[in-house]
Ligand binder design. Structure first.
Ligand SMILES: Cc1cc2nc3c(=O)[nH]c(=O)nc-3n(C[C@H](O)[C@H](O)[C@H](O)COP(=O)(O)O)c2cc1C
Length: 334
């Protein structure tokens, strides 16, 4: 039987299927079930500073700092009514005590000082690594991309300076030069990058003439974005890449690894199919490796990255785009 074990940011995992940060980890029972179902590791839902600040009556100040993630924080955790970080930290400690699998603590803070403060507090809970959930919508039209990126890089560097644990940065794909940003994240001292965060986009109800913040789960079509960028970057960077968004089935796990992902992270598919679906993700990966004759994950990781792919290396860029446009053009004319 194939050996599924791997290493993510120096942390030993029995397989590359991780539970992404999400509301599933709000219950210890769920976390234990995820471990029993075979998860390689789990990212505990984020500590959202804005939520804490809202609860202590400080929301206006949080929102005035250019970040727009509070609505999302509420959508993720509508039921939570407690305040202060203490409870979250206590929760992470309880989770640590209840499970043996590797755990990653996740943080979304607002001010540079609080990124450091909460990262240190999370690091003290006994987690194996940290994920900086850089979830921000740049809504200020006076702020340019360089300033926005620099702020993130400064935060990564400052947390790196204070915390010894491995650090991953979870970013969105909405950068002009995604690869360059990730390279700078590596330079700032991160050990991993989670590709990519999935923003909840606003919806408009034309009948009620109102704007909605609806929680929707991802679809497998959304996986193409991380697949492209992981495939493009594999072999060019030394940090680990966690594929995230749109991974639904074991075939998707295989695709991410073929593109060059170190690990995969899943959330939506567990809400749709139940926590037990982790078993089919892991077993499906194992069956595929057996059928292909791969003894370990290293044997095929990155095989279909831009560097590993034996076909046309521009497949990850825009060659298919032109083919697609030309074929559609012919179809429309006919
Ligand atoms: C209900 C729910 C809660 C989530 N909470 C968090 C969170 O606390 N922190 C975070 O970084 N991402 C959070 N996410 C985003 C997921 O970690 C993941 O990035 C996203 O759902 C894309 O992965 P998927 O396609 O497997 O769902 C949440 C997602 C869902 C569905």
């Amino acid at each position: 039987m194939a050996d599924l074990s791997t290493t993510y940011m120096g942390i030993a995992l029995k397989n590359p299927v991780m539970v992404a940060a999400c509301a599933l980890s709000s219950k210890v029972d769920n976390i234990i079930r995820a471990e029993e179902a075979g998860a390689g590791a789990l990212v505990i839902r984020s500590l959202f500073e804005e939520q804490i600040r809202h609860e202590i009556g400080d929301l206006d100040e949080a929102l005035s700092q250019g970040s727009d993630s509070y609505a999302e924080a509420l959508s993720y955790f509508p039921a939570i009514s407690h305040g202060e970080a203490k409870e979250h930290l206590f929760w992470v400690e309880r989770t640590r005590a209840a499970t043996k699998m590797p755990l990653i603590g996740s943080l979304n803070a607002v001010s540079p000082g609080s990124w450091i403060k909460y990262a240190k507090q999370l690091a003290d809970t006994g987690v194996d690594g940290l994920e900086l959930n850089y979830y921000t919508v740049e809504a200020d039209i006076e702020r340019d991309g360089v300033a926005a990126e620099q702020q993130m890089l400064d935060i990564v560097a400052s947390v790196r300076a204070e915390v010894e644990l491995p650090i991953a940065v979870k970013i969105s794909p909405f950068y002009t030069s995604v690869g360059n940003v990730i390279r700078k994240i590596e330079d700032a001292g991160a050990n991993g990058v989670v590709m990519f965060n999935r923003f909840l986009q606003p919806e408009i109800d034309p009948d009620k003439e109102t704007v909605l913040h609806e929680m929707t789960y991802s679809t497998s079509a959304e996986m193409r974005v991380p697949l492209r960028w992981i495939g493009l970057l594999y072999g060019q960077l030394s940090l680990d890449m966690a594929a995230n968004t749109g991974i639904m089935e074991s075939r998707d796990v295989v695709k991410a690894l073929l593109a060059g992902a170190t690990v995969t992270q899943v959330a939506s598919t567990l809400f749709r199919n139940g926590i037990g679906h982790l078993t089919s993700l892991v077993d499906g990966l194992s069956a595929w490796m057996d059928a292909k004759g791969y003894a370990s994950v290293e044997d095929f990781r990155g095989k279909l990255s831009q560097q590993g792919f034996e076909g046309d290396p521009v497949m990850f860029e825009r060659a298919q785009y032109l083919d697609f446009l030309m074929s559609r053009q012919r179809w429309v004319k006919a």
